[in-house]
Write a protein that binds this ligand. Structure first.
Ligand SMILES: [Zn+2]
Length: 201
C-alpha cells in the first residue's frame, strides 16, 4: 500500500515537458484600434449650467450652508416663476431631472427660498444659507440619478468654496419644521450619500 502511494506521488511530481510551441503563422495585422478611454460616468459627468438673474433677491451674504428644496412645480415652470418679480421667491439654483442646472442668484446675494426658518439656533436662513432645489414633489417621486449627482456636485463646489461641511447641508423641512415638507427624507439621504462619495474623490 505504502509503496503504491509513493509511486503515485512520484508520478504526480514528475515534471512534464512543455508542449512544443507551434510556430505562429504570419498574419496581416488588423488596423490599430483607438484605445477607448474608460471614464467613470458619475465621477466625470458635469452638467450644463445656465445663468439667469432672478429679481427676487436682495442684499449680500456669506454662504454658511445649503438648504435643499423641491419646487413642487415643473423645472421650466419653476425657473420662469423665479424670474417673475411677483413671485417673490427664488433659489440660488434649480436642478432639472436630467441634471441641468439653472443658476438664478449669485452665491453672495440672498435668494428668497427659506422664509421663516431656523438653523443651528440662527433664524432667517436666507441671510446665511444657499438654496438649491429640484423640481416636482420629492414626497411623491424618487429623485433621479442625474438630479442626485448634479445637486451633490453643486453642493460640493460650494462646500469647498465657502469651507463648510456635510452637517451644514439641511432641508427646508428641517429649518421650517411643521411648515414645509421639502425635501423628502429619501431624497435628502440620496443627495448626502452622494456628497460624501464625491468628497472622498
Ligand atoms: Zn422649500
Amino acid at each position: 500500500m505504502m509503496d503504491w502511494i509513493l509511486k503515485m506521488l512520484k508520478k504526480l511530481l514528475e515534471v512534464k515537458p512543455e508542449p512544443i510551441k507551434e510556430i505562429e503563422p504570419v498574419i496581416t495585422p488588423e488596423p490599430i484600434k483607438e484605445i477607448e478611454t474608460v471614464i467613470e460616468p458619475e465621477a466625470m459627468k458635469t452638467y450644463k449650467e445656465i445663468k439667469r438673474n432672478s429679481p427676487n433677491s436682495s442684499r449680500t451674504m456669506t454662504p454658511q450652508g445649503i438648504i435643499l428644496h423641491h419646487t413642487a412645480g415643473s423645472y421650466a415652470g419653476s425657473v420662469a416663476w423665479c424670474l417673475n418679480p411677483t413671485a417673490k421667491v427664488s433659489y440660488h439654483c434649480i436642478v432639472n431631472t436630467n441634471g441641468e442646472r439653472t443658476v438664478l442668484v449669485p452665491d453672495n446675494v440672498r435668494a428668497w427660498h427659506a422664509g421663516v426658518s431656523t438653523f443651528n439656533g440662527k433664524s432667517s436662513c436666507n441671510n446665511f444659507m444657499l438654496g438649491v432645489s429640484v423640481s416636482g414633489n420629492t414626497n411623491a417621486r424618487e429623485i433621479t440619478e442625474d438630479e442626485t449627482n448634479s445637486v451633490a456636485e453643486w453642493c460640493v463646489r460650494k462646500m469647498k468654496a465657502y469651507n463648510f461641511g456635510i452637517d451644514s447641508i439641511t432641508t427646508h423641512r428641517h429649518v421650517s419644521a411643521g411648515r414645509k415638507i421639502d425635501v423628502d427624507e429619501r431624497a435628502e439621504k440620496k443627495i448626502k450619500d452622494k456628497i460624501v462619495e464625491l468628497l472622498k474623490k
